[in-house]
Design a protein around this ligand. Sequence first.
Ligand code: CUA
Length: 193
Amino acid sequence: MSGSSMPAAARGHGSEAVSVAAERRWAYIVMAIIALLILMMVFTGLHWASMPPSRVETVDIKTLHVKGEFVESNLGTTMGPDGKVIVRLIAQQYSFVPQCIVVPAEMSVTFRGTATDAIHGFIVGKTNVNTMLIPGFVATFTTTFSRTGEQLMPCHEYCGTGHEAMWARVQVLPTAEFLSKARGGERLSCVPS
Ligand code: CUA
């Protein structure tokens, strides 16, 4: 530590100069680290002020069920003429609609979801799909599933007494199988009918 804490007898003129130089060196290093941290704060602050952390898209909860993108007949998976796969879903206390979601493997899949009552969220099994669903806002998440099979999709935001029973299933189909089903252009889901 500092030279001044050494016993007076052990402190020669030379060793005192060495310790003073060492302390000054450390002071410079610490000042440099502090200056770097302040610069990082200023940079990220200014950078994010000009670029919001996520795109904000709103939706009217009062008309959610009767018109627009999230009416019941429009929920589930669709593939547009451009080949883009979109999954639309709604979270409510205490279930997801649809209860079973079909997606293809090895293709880009975009989830578009919202909530009707409380803040919900979902994660899909061992994938990177993880987002919150907030009433009045549309959450989007784009990912590619590398493995086929079934995954669980639980709600991961505490939303009330039924929270732990709130979950859906995601079926990841081989690309060819999904494409043959999606050709009709209709909404897909794996909810037993
Ligand atoms: Cu919905 Cu927890």
